[in-house]
Write a new protein. Sequence first.
Length: 373
Amino acid sequence: MTDLQASLIAIGGAIVVGVISYNKWQEYKTRKTVERAFSDDQHDVLMHGDAAPLHDQRIEPGFSDPPPAVTPEAPEALAAEQAHDAPPMAPETPQQATPMEETVLHAARVDLPVDQLIDCTIGLGLETPLRGDRILPVLHTLRHVGNKPVHFIGLADDGRWEAVAHGRTYTMLQAGIQLASRTSALNEIEYSEFVSRLRQVADELGAECDVPDMSRIVSIARGLHQFVSEYGAQLSVNVQSNRAPWQIGTLLAALERQGFDLRPDGRLVMPDGDGGVLFSISTNASGGDETTSRLTLLLDVALVAPARDGYGAMIACARSLATRLDGTVVDDSSQPLSDATLAEIATQVQAFYADMENSEIPAGSTRAQRLFA
């Protein structure tokens, strides 16, 4: 064996060790962070002490007694996740690239499609740099597993992580499958399918992937799903007719003048002005009904940013409709809602938003939109 061959073998070995070490270190840090953030010992965000969790139920703001106050302090497990804000510690392995790690752990969770906090992420080390035009057709074969979306980012030749695009060259990829949604957590079957299909992608691209332990990932996914269930609160108020029921045709015209928009899926929603939704409204009428005596306004709390004041806008709209349509703002038991009760609910909503902010999944954020959609 010549000196040149020996040198090439040594260099190749060092590169392989570096890629493997990088993936191991990244997996370790991500796993520890997510485990701390979504451990099973969290308190319910809208209830006291050992009260039962909300489990995605709707909350009517018109109880006969004022509702319990929201616990103001964020769970310690979620607060620990704020360690992300500090620069990542340099790994012991000399081949580890600290700037690369910082980009993954910091930027990826802010504005990239692969999010270290809510996705199971797996790195793919490419044998040779590849163009996005070569990579994208292969990635398009893996977009969903069950109802869980799959996303990819790439490390471009300028050292930045980004969504894979045409005309760019990448030296490494990272895949992420969402750990939980409003309906379910990532389970063993879905994870196995994801890994199997990801290995096919890796084979087509000449890449190596280091797969995390399934039991640990599934456990983290269940913890995240519990978190989503507890934060999936929906608030509703009703407008009850004081006299005869309203004609549906006349009512729909009045709702359009109020600013509601009829979406293709049949929902009547109040737009937020930027393509999103503040709250929705239902006529509570079936297809054959010509009249209704009750409207229900519904706010999906986690999906609306605090700055938009979705609750305040919903209550103002309900009051306006009650005045215009000769109705009364009531709860689900048809009891009128007093100003004091509505103000107490507003206080709870603000505390709810503060808790979500402390958990690093702010209401209305991209993370919240993904988890609670």
